[in-house]
Design a protein around this ligand. Structure first.
Ligand SMILES: [Zn+2]
Length: 160
């Protein structure tokens, strides 16, 4: 396995030694560093006023997450500690240029869950909670990126 990884790294470095073209730049593997995910964590922890929590973030492989999920959070209310797991870019099925934004969204999503950690765990309200958390996290990132939601009649206006 070590040999295989070494060979892969060698291929990558040989590839990048060739003259750079736009195609090469855009098709480069999505690399999101540990440093980047920690920066996102600190930024959003502060914005969401969760600084009194000790939160860790880990980039994990697909087999370390529940099937069909992109992130996970475990917390301890008495200790005020939490561990967030986000999916490794290598296991993403999204176009590579969309991966970093999605990883940031996962971190925000899991942090919003942390705000709701004071609520009793209740299986019957889990889906509702998931929807609320997703909506809030998406809205926060839309704001961050200054994206306006489409006007209600945008599609009607677009018709010939
Ligand atoms: Zn969730």
């Amino acid at each position: 396995m070590v040999i295989l990884i070494t060979l892969l790294l060698l291929c990558v470095s040989l590839g990048s030694a060739a003259p750079a073209s736009r195609d090469r730049v855009t098709s480069a593997p999505a690399v999101v560093s540990n440093e980047q995910v920690h920066d996102w964590l600190h930024l959003w922890q502060k914005r969401l006023h969760l600084e009194d929590w000790k939160v860790e973030v880990k980039i994990v492989r697909i087999w370390d997450l529940e099937q069909g999920t992109l992130g996970h959070i475990d917390w301890s209310v008495p200790h005020k500690t939490a561990v967030i797991k986000v999916l490794n870019p290598a296991d993403y099925e999204l176009p590579k240029d969309k991966v970093p934004a999605d990883m940031e969204l996962s971190i925000v999503h899991e942090l919003v869950h942390l705000h709701l950690s004071a609520l009793p765990l209740n299986k019957s309200s889990r889906n509702a909670e998931e929807q609320v958390v997703s909506m809030i996290a998406n809205a926060l990132l839309d704001l961050e990126r200054h994206e306006q939601p489409p006007a209600p009649n945008a599609f009607a206006n677009a018709l010939p």
